[in-house]
Design a protein around this ligand. Sequence first.
Ligand code: NAX
Length: 329
Amino acid sequence: MAKPVKKVVVTGGGGQIAYSLLFRIANGELYGKDQPVELSILEVPQGVESLKGLVMELDDCCFPLLHKVRYDSDPRKMFEGAEAVFLVGAKPRGPGMERKDLLLENGKIFVDQGKALNECAAKNVLVLVVGNPCNTNCLIAMHHAPNIDPSRFHAMTRLDQNRASYQLAHKAGVHLDDVTHMIIWGNHSSTQVPDFHNARIKGKRASEVIHDKNYLEKEFFQIIQQRGAEVIKLRGKSSAASAANAALGAMRSLLFGAKEGQFYSSGVFSKNNPYGIRGDLIFSFPIQSHNDKFEIVKGMEITPFLKAKLELTEKELLEERDAIHHLLK
Ligand code: NAX
């Protein structure tokens, strides 16, 4: 007998990340090749018309698992019964716009969407916030959805994790599968902390394989922290296919867990975290999931170098939270 259809929502449907993401979900790359899906695509009112062309393309792919596609500018309609939600849609930073202005502009979007999720989504919905600044947007959405367990809200740091894993594998000359435990701490921004100390290459600490301390502490950090900006400089547009790929991977980890003995990075509510980070932020930690429950992995070694970096990214997140505190009322 066919499985019941899973309801998946992607916001920012007219944007470039959604253009990569939607086709992969429809092709069974989120839930698997035996799971029918229904897609609901949210856009701003002026962007809805162009979604007709996107939906024509989805139809023309003849995806056997794609049960139905809906699109609209009303989050309440789109979130109805949703089980997996990718909050991708957000405004880009315009010319001369400060990060603080972007926080305020995009923050308002996540107030409304948080409320709509609270009212309309399935109670066990999983929400992955991609739209930037994703940690703080996630905090806002979570805050306005008190009926949904906070552990269901995640901000995406998987792209940063993937970038860091690739760089370590490349530098060490090993296969990607040989790099494990690669964790991003903190904010998805240039203060993020790609933790080479706890990362493993063929089971050993990365620093036991890559002996160049200067590379690990300076160059590696800079490559990862600036990777998004570098892609924009060269491509003229921000990362899209790699972001969609990371979003799929992140949601799959939330749905199905990591491989035995491994974990992954995700921005989660920091309340009662075991690393002394302030408890009212969305902060990226190492995460393990068991039976649909998410836990911050305990016992990671925090060196003085890491501690100083964690303080910087925590400070930035506190500043972001202070800038939008009125949206948390
Ligand atoms: P685009 O500008 O191509 O698309 C964004 C789309 O969102 C537009 O079609 C816009 O109309 C729509 N939108 C705006 N407000 C909306 C609302 N209230 N409801 C529904 N849709 C709305 O951006 P794209 O390249 O797709 O990137 C989307 C977001 O992802 C951006 O905020 C971007 O900064 C962020 N990213 C996050 C990453 C991460 O790792 N967390 C990496 C990639 C990316 O930079």
